[in-house]
Design a protein around this ligand. Structure first.
Ligand SMILES: [Zn+2]
Length: 190
């Protein structure tokens, strides 16, 4: 699943009656709301939730290179939009399998990161790799393991990626170890 496309949803039509929505100052509301004059429906716009995991094994973490815009080609941990009906932990585990092929045991919450400028809240868990094999998902260019000192800080996908990995490093210290061989989707085609 793609991560962090702008979600400041500007709906134009009422989801209940298909009438036009317009911004109105309503009683008891502290900001303008999208309102349907036909049926009185108020269309609340709320942040989208993203769940992710930092998969750890033997002192190193798996990161992936995004295959989709925005920020195609940059590195992040597996993460994506939550689906209705799943918990944040379930979403983090599902996204990790989809994007990396790795089975993880979701551990403690790393932190929660708000990005109000794009209407997204990112929930990130520590995770331990318990199975699976690194496998490129359809939206992943490359998967690689990184020691804390090898994290590509200048080539990360989003501010929240940076914040979460900085928190992860400060929590887990600086284990050592060489960077592994990456698996990749082939020679660069661009
Ligand atoms: Zn309506």
């Amino acid at each position: 699943m793609s991560l962090l496309s702008p979600s400041m949803l500007d709906a134009r039509f009422c989801p209940r009656c298909s009438g036009p929505l317009s911004e109105r100052d309503l009683p008891n509301e502290d900001r303008p709301r999208l309102f349907c004059d036909h049926c009185g429906y108020v269309f609340y716009r709320n942040p989208k939730l993203v769940a992710g995991a930092v998969p750890l094994i033997d002192g190193r973490i798996y990161l992936l290179r995004r295959g989709l815009e925005p920020r195609r080609g940059t590195w992040t941990f597996p993460a994506g939009y939550m689906e209705l009906g799943e918990s944040a932990e379930e979403a983090a585990r599902r996204e990790t399998v989809e994007e990396t092929g790795l089975e993880v045991e979701i551990g403690p919450l790393l932190n929660v990161y708000s990005r109000p400028e794009v209407g997204v809240v990112v929930i990130v868990y520590c995770a331990r790799v318990v199975g699976g094999e690194p496998l490129l998902g359809p939206e992943t260019l490359e998967i690689s393991m990184f020691s804390p000192q090898d994290i590509p800080w200048d080539d990360l996908s989003f501010p929240s990626t940076h914040w979460a990995l900085a928190d992860w490093v400060s929590r887990h210290g600086s284990a050592s170890g060489p960077r592994s061989t990456a698996i990749s989707s082939g020679p660069p085609a661009e």
